[in-house]
Write a protein that binds this ligand. Structure first.
Ligand SMILES: Nc1ncnc2c1ncn2[C@@H]1O[C@H](COP(=O)(O)OP(=O)(O)OP(=O)(O)O)[C@@H](O)[C@H]1O
Ligand SMILES: [Mg+2]
Length: 322
């Protein structure tokens, strides 16, 4: 079997005249955890519904584990566990009843069903609430029930639509940990608005904006797109000239450039040091200043963060498809 688990080609979805998705192509390899990131209305849920065969695309197609969504939707659904955006849990049902019900819908019976129930309840730590009705559970526990139903038939692929949304930070970190566990031997696509989330959980990020994919990178590559870090030192002038001070910092081996910056307060100098790579030069800058008996009043690291890149990629015209 090939390593490509999800292969989406030129997916387009029109709602009337609105293009919810435009020519989206991407691949997800076996074992990858990919974050699907984009602002509200970007087309994340639409893509997930297409991959799970809940809606058909207006153009293009996709294959999951080699099965085509048009030709073999049953095989596709068997390969996928799906946590929808608003998990339609039956609130009056007991957790156990619900999971039994979902298991039966997935064709499990008897001892096989019992064994799977035990396993998913353990995996999602639902043991203590198994006899409660779903309506009594906190949002975090409902999300666990949602994950348990997605896992019941042991699918190799999981599609999770905003699994962390609406959770408090503790619940979110528990669910994140759970997804990491589950993701060890599965292929996962999860959608989120939260960049920090993606950094922790995902090996790769697909950014979608206005129905178009605008980036397909690892979180680190994405951060690198923002450009290098730069370090701004504020120094007491004490009669030194800017060129003297530049020389002091030019001895730093990993410094690519040292420049004076405008905007210094009277009696002070601002110097910007850019590293050759992505090195953190704060310690070296401090040492160089001390050795030259310069008074360092401040040292700041700047660089665009992931939020900035996300904003750049998802505002205006959305940028070019990559
Ligand atoms: N059933 C529908 N009928 C008409 N338009 C729809 C329908 N479903 C989605 N859309 C539109 O398609 C676009 C993409 O919606 P989608 O739900 O895929 O976005 P999303 O990225 O999941 O957003 P969110 O972060 O808010 O969940 C939006 O403009 C939305 O209004
Ligand atoms: Mg959505």
């Amino acid at each position: 079997m090939s390593d490509v688990m999800i292969d989406a080609r030129d997916l387009t979805k029109l709602y009337g005249t609105v293009a919810a998705l435009r020519n989206a192509s991407f691949q997800v390899n076996r074992g990858e955890v990919v974050g699907f990131l984009g602002p509200n209305g970007a087309g994340k849920t639409t893509t997930m519904k297409i991959l799970t065969c809940f809606i058909a695309p207006s153009g293009g197609t996709a294959q999951v584990g080699g099965a085509d969504i048009f030709e073999d939707p049953i095989a596709v659904r068997e390969l996928i566990g799906y946590l929808p955006e608003n998990t339609p849990l039956y609130t009056e049902m007991l957790v156990l009843e619900y999971l039994q019900f979902v298991g039966k819908m997935r064709g499990l019976r008897g001892a096989g069903l019992e064994a799977r129930l035990r396993r998913v309840v353990e995996e999602t730590s639902l043991g203590d609430v198994i006899g409660k009705s779903i309506g009594e559970l906190s949002k975090g526990f409902r999300q666990r029930v949602g994950l348990a139903q997605a896992l019941i038939h042991e699918p190799p692929v999981l599609i999770l639509d905003e699994p962390m949304s609406g959770l408090d930070p503790n619940q979110a970190s528990e669910i994140r940990e759970l997804i990491r566990e589950i993701g060890r031997e599965r292929t996962i696509i999860l959608s989120t608005h939260n960049l920090a989330e993606v950094r922790v959980t995902c090996g790769r990020v697909l950014i979608i904006s206005q129905g178009q994919l605008v980036a397909d990178d690892t979180p680190d590559e994405l951060a690198a797109r923002a450009g290098k870090p730069r370090f701004i030192a504020t120094l007491k002038q004490n009669g030194h000239s800017a060129s003297e001070i530049r020389e002091v910092f030019s001895v730093i081996g990993d410094a690519q450039s040292v420049k004076e910056r405008t905007g210094a307060a009277p009696g002070e100098l601002l110097v910007e040091v850019v590293p050759k790579g992505n090195q953190d030069l704060r310690a070296e800058i401090f040492q160089a200043a001390v050795s030259a008996k310069l008074v360092l009043l401040g040292l700041e690291q700047r660089g665009e963060n992931l939020e900035d890149i996300f904003r750049q990629l998802t505002t205006g015209n959305g940028g070019a498809s990559s």
